[in-house]
Write a protein that binds this ligand. Sequence first.
Ligand code: GLV
Length: 330
Amino acid sequence: MMTTTTDQTLPTGNRLTVCFAHVAYQLASRFAARQNDIRHFQVWTLDELVNRLPEADVLVVSGLWRNFLLDHAPRLRLIQSIGAGVDQFPHDELRARGIRLASARGVNRNAVAEHAMAMVLALARHLHTGRDNQRAHRWRGMISDLNQREDELGGKTMLIVGMGGIGARLAQLAKAFDMRVLATKRNLASGPAPADALFPPDQLPALLPQADFVVLTCPLTPETELLINAEALAAMKPSAYLINMARGRVVDEPALLAALREGRIAGAGLDIFWDEPLPADSPFWDLEQALITPHTAGETRRYEENVIDILLENVARLQRGETVLHNQIV
Ligand code: GLV
């Protein structure tokens, strides 16, 4: 972390320029509604971002980020991530250039937790195949096989891998359905965690065989990359479901595909993948037991306001010459 304040302090008033870069979020118009005098503009494509980034002191960005943009950013002092995840940014390179980075952790906590719960409910209640049958105008008969029938959640075990803010919210929701909630957490001492039991991450192999639903809500880090590999999948019950709300690369995708195809786990709810958009020829599309959403778990109509709250807080801190950011990463 930088110790000097002089080269970190941001210009104030209309000498400060913020660039919002996102393909969909209405960040600039929501920012204008806050009635501050900070100069700002929005770009919606990578080309526009390359052209206009040289004007910006602050960049608000997530999926449009590319590392080569650093060569087009002579004024840049702060990147405010629009996403909770910050794995796409070159942390060391930013540090070396004196560019600060803050995540938007917290902005989509409720959305992602509700999305995970929606996946759990959909898979348990067979909504995914119900919709397939609806499209085919097929009224499916009742299922005799107790291993195949719809089920209820009470008494089932949810294992939350990565008990941060999203995991904590999800645990509350799962408890409302009378589920037993186990969770792993890097720092067991930090923050409240409404799970029945908390474990350090190295306990995962012992926890996987107990779970009916394994929900990934951890960040992508060197420790979590490919965490759910063939061995981890083999440790899950054949009746269990994997719900990935984290990052594609937390899961060994070919191993997951094999486990699903061979019925070694019951199914998966997947919001993210190694390659996004998921290629049209990906085998995941055609797996009946996979429920896919297009990296939308964090979507909410409150997204813009939530990000702008964090942005304004961090801009104010840097303008005051403070060095510690809200959700500081670099
Ligand atoms: C979404 O994936 C995020 O990182 O917020």
